[in-house]
Design a protein around this ligand. Structure first.
Ligand code: CP3
Length: 345
């Protein structure tokens, strides 16, 4: 197996910089649409054979150094008892938002095998298909990001209801976050038992929090998850705090082995701040994949140069690849990361 990704996560020496791409399985790939057209997005997540097939597509086509399980951060919430819909053009919707104690009390803690067996089956299929290839990354949402979907009832621009609950009814907010955290610990432990080889925790919306609110309402739950995982396994954990450039010193206490960064920060500044305590992942602007090849090469070289001196570097985009991306450009980017980093090691 190609272990370059796992080595970089642990800060061990590598021959070149490993790369994977957030949302690498998805709508920019024509072969994804072929499988996706058989049903809804949730149908795809719940069909282990098909979910495994789309997971493998970017591994084979792009030549990335890790596979990421095809699923969604929101599927465990559905099994907590919050009905979930994915609507065309609108994205995820929870038609009954969770905003009072009765609603929180109704939420349960799903069993990974009994309730989310389709995810565990997908992992088991993938580990067989990935033999001799690359490691498999499992994932979850971070409790704050997951809570925003439940409280807002879907995606949001202002996170008004979430912040109102934090400020006006903190006991209720912490109650909800505690339940989501318990669910996430069981879910990620289930993924470990099923066979994932690294884990990423996505905190997609945490960048909307003031640092003091991050300390009180988000970070402790991430710390609790990672501590629980570290009690049962040594697998690398990546914490991706999107738009979290002002939360770096605090994120260093998350317990993660790797911190993921979006494109709004300069990695050379991050390298100085983290002082070798963690490895770094990131952080090319996703739309830089639309640059002409010579400029794309320069941009990739810039990210590689900025990450020099890091304890370890996993190249990635600063957020998910967008559906309009030319797959050939993504493939070229992976090739360039490999060839340019071999020269500079
Ligand atoms: O990265 C991968 O290739 C693995 C699969 C994966 C998906 N979602 C597939 C997906 C992963 C890791 C996620 C995580 C996820 N889901 C996050 C965190 C990462 C991030 O982007 O910040 C979030 C916030 C979600 C919630 C979610 N799922 C939204 C807001 C949407 C709709 C918006 C959008 O991008 O379309 C989804 C749908 C979704 N998840 C799609 C895919 C491939 C598109 C569904 C389709 O085929 O119609």
């Amino acid at each position: 197996m190609n272990t370059t990704f796992l080595k970089a996560c642990k800060g061990e020496a590598v021959d070149y910089t490993p790369v994977w791409i957030m949302r690498q399985a998805g709508r920019y790939l024509p072969q994804y649409h072929t499988v996706r057209s058989k049903g809804s997005f949730l149908d795809l997540c719940k069909n282990p054979e098909n979910a495994a097939e789309v997971t493998m597509q970017p591994v084979d086509f792009l030549g990335v150094d890790a596979a990421i399980l095809f699923s969604d951060i929101l599927v465990p919430l559905e099994k907590m008892g919050a009905p979930l819909e994915f609507r065309e053009k609108q994205g995820p919707v929870f038609p009954t938002p969770i905003r009072d104690q009765a609603a929180v009390d109704q939420l349960g803690i799903p069993d990974p095998e009994d309730d989310l067996g389709y995810v565990m089956d997908t992992i088991r299929i993938l580990r067989k298909e990935l033999v001799g290839k690359v490691p498999l990354i499992g994932f979850s949402g971070a409790p704050f990001t997951l809570a925003t979907y439940l409280i807002e009832g879907g995606s949001s621009k202002t996170f008004f209801h979430t912040k109102m609950m934090m400020y006006k009814n903190p006991a209720l907010y912490h109650n909800l976050l505690d339940k989501i955290t318990d669910c996430t610990i069981d879910y990620l432990k289930g993924q470990i038992v099923a066979g994932v080889q690294a884990l990423q925790i996505f905190d997609s919306w945490v960048g909307v929090l003031a640092p003091c609110d991050f300390a009180e309402f988000a970070l402790p739950y991430v710390q609790r998850i990672i501590k629980a995982l570290k009690e049962v396994s040594k697998l690398p954990v990546i914490y991706f705090a999107n738009n979290g450039g002002s939360l770096i010193d605090q994120s260093l206490t998350s317990g993660a082995d790797v911190l993921g960064f979006d494109w709004r920060v300069r990695l050379d500044n991050v390298v100085r701040m983290v002082q070798g305590k963690v490895a770094l992942q990131g952080n090319m602007e996703p739309l830089a994949l639309f640059l002409p090849p010579d400029k794309l090469e320069k941009r990739i070289q810039m990210v590689l140069d900025e990450a020099k001196g890091a304890r370890g570097h996993v190249f990635n985009l600063g957020h998910g690849i967008v559906p309009e991306t030319d797959p050939e450009q993504a493939k070229l980017a992976v090739h360039l990361v490999h060839t340019l980093s071999r020269k500079t090691q």
